[in-house]
Design a protein. Structure first.
Length: 255
């Protein structure tokens, strides 16, 4: 089931006891969405702006046969994609949320979908151990990578030069997006491979660590560029790269 909620215009802030700062509700949507997916709950898709926070009653529809496993809006705002346990990906128009296409090709549940920054490519990761690149206009596969392990997460850098994926082997792999013939494995392992984020405007990948903390890997320099010992998964980075928020991974804290 996919649920869509419209938003009434209203300016407000939600106080969170986190270093005495105020976090806008819109910045927590990614975290709430990840939690809904993890708990196999109905997914709420909300067109939220910085000046909106009052939600109306939702409407919904059945999108897949089985659980909805991943959802993603295109950067240009024209499309929404949903993926499911039924091994398919569906494309919806954001003007009326009517289905406009279906992507078929995976032989296992699709765990992750992500758009390229220019909205011209869609990337999906599946239990079948592959990453697939799709043309959203033709719904055809333009490339397919054999990762040799179930793919649980996908992230694309904002310059469209790097692609990262987390696998069930607790590994994070990085490819050149334009020529993804050879993968680089980020050193170390993590149980939290289902949540990867590139910092916008950079090639720095944020990787939540198993116990606590976040590590930062520069996919262009092929080296670690820092780490912090607080925070974990889930994690979200604001589009202007000024803010990063994460859960603790172990308790009810937001940092």
């Amino acid at each position: 089931m996919v649920i869509v909620q419209t938003v009434q215009s209203h300016l407000s802030y939600l106080p969170i006891p986190w270093e005495s700062n105020m976090i806008r509700p819109g910045r927590l949507i990614a975290i709430l969405l990840a939690l809904c997916i993890a708990l196999e709950l109905s997914i709420s898709i909300r067109p939220v702006s910085a000046q909106t926070s009052v939600l109306t009653e939702p409407t919904g529809w059945t999108a897949h046969e089985g659980a909805v496993t991943s959802v993603s809006f295109s950067p240009n705002g024209q499309w929404l994609v949903t993926a499911g346990m039924d091994r398919i990906i569906k494309l919806w128009s954001t003007s009326n949320f009517k289905q406009v296409g279906v992507f078929r090709g995976h032989t296992g549940p699709v765990w992750a979908v992500s758009w390229s920054p220019d909205s011209r490519s869609l990337i999906s990761g599946s239990e079948d151990g592959t990453l697939k690149f799709w043309d959203p206009t033709t719904r055809k596969v333009t490339n397919s990578l054999n990762v040799a392990a179930p793919v649980l997460s996908v992230a694309v850098s904002s310059d469209r030069l790097r692609l990262a994926a987390g696998t069930s082997e607790r590994k994070v792999k990085v490819w050149n997006f334009r020529n993804p013939s050879r993968a680089e494995t980020v050193p170390g392992t993590t149980d939290l491979v289902n949540d990867l984020q590139f910092i916008p405007g950079t090639t720095t990948l944020v990787v939540p660590m198993s116990r606590s903390g976040l590590s930062f890997w520069d996919a262009a320099l092929h080296e670690p560029v820092g780490a912090i010992d607080t925070g974990s998964s889930p994690v979200a980075v604001s589009k202007d790269a000024r803010w990063m928020v994460s859960g603790s991974g172990r308790d009810d804290a937001i940092r």
